[in-house]
Design a protein around this ligand. Structure first.
Ligand code: WAQ
Ligand code: MG
Length: 250
């Protein structure tokens, strides 16, 4: 097991309450090194030359998330694909209104964004406030690349698109408050997309757009009242390793 350990300390109260920053540290460590690392961080915060911290926050999190199960929907045309996507989103817990809005938003893009839009899964309103950039999921990979490649090959999954998308979707599905993700590629000749969710896994949809269309996108649907700043921090900053469930050899 590997853990992410984060410490931040301040004087005069917590940072968010106006305290003055004293020190911070981040490590990624195996379990047997946790005790020592945490003690060292506590000492650092309390005996710092910038002053003695009176607020110390320590966060210890396991960095593994499960690889999503994989399955395929039926769709021979983009219109069928969009209907399948709405069904999958609704099944995963997105309101029909939000699912339709999300699909229309991706369809309505005139150019691809770098990241994803975050929508409230109930109202369908966009809540990330990140404009044309959107939110980028990053700092994730598979625990064992060779094992993951073998698993993909055995499952008949070929190519970089699905290799990367399955890991990305697994990190995204592991976010607090995540209901479902909708995606299709911005590569003109890659027409396959997916809906992913913590409950039903990665549901591949063979056709989500017309061939030759270079606009794609991603939408993350989250439960109402999800803490957006925390979500963005998880997606963009937290290191996550994707681990197979049960028999899969990721
Ligand atoms: N985080 C958030 N959004 C992203 C990221 C990221 N790291 N990378 C790309 N996007 C958004 C951005 O708006 C892109 O325009 C859009 O997603 C599509 O990105 O099972 O290739 O990298 O075979 O083109 C699906 C695989 C492939 C389906 C998706 O996406 C399958 C794909 P692309
Ligand atoms: Mg692309």
């Amino acid at each position: 097991m590997l853990y992410s350990v984060k410490m931040r300390s301040a004087q005069g109260g917590a940072h968010e309450l106006g305290g003055r920053h004293i020190s911070g540290a981040e490590r990624i460590l195996p379990g047997d090194q946790l005790d020592y690392a945490v003690l060292t961080m506590l000492h650092r915060a309390r005996e710092h030359e910038r002053g003695c911290a009176d607020f110390i926050s320590l966060k210890v999190e396991e960095i593994y998330k499960p690889l999503l199960a994989f399955s395929t929907c039926k769709a021979a045309t983009a219109a069928e694909g969009h209907r399948a996507a709405i069904d999958e989103l609704v099944r995963a817990g997105v309101s029909i209104n939000a699912a339709a809005r999300g699909l229309a938003m991706l369809n309505g893009l005139t150019d691809s964004m770098r990241g994803a839009m975050v929508l409230d899964a109930e109202s369908g309103l966009r809540i990330d406030g990140m404009g044309e950039r959107g939110v980028r999921a990053s700092k994730m990979d598979c625990v064992d690349s060779r094992g993951y490649d073998d698993y993909l090959q055995q499952s008949g999954l070929v190519g970089d698109h699905v290799r990367e998308a399955l890991v990305l979707a697994s990190k995204v599905a592991g976010a607090e408050g995540m209901v479902a993700e909708l995606c299709w590629s911005d590569d003109p000749n890659y027409v396959t997309g997916y809906v992913a969710s913590p409950v039903y896994g990665y549901r591949r949809i063979p056709v989500m757009k017309e061939r030759g269309n270079g606009v794609g996108g991603r939408i993350f649907f989250v439960r109402p009242n999800t803490d957006v700043a925390k979500l963005i921090n998880y997606l963009e900053e937290q290191v996550v390793l994707i681990k197979p469930q049960e028999a899969l050899t990721c």
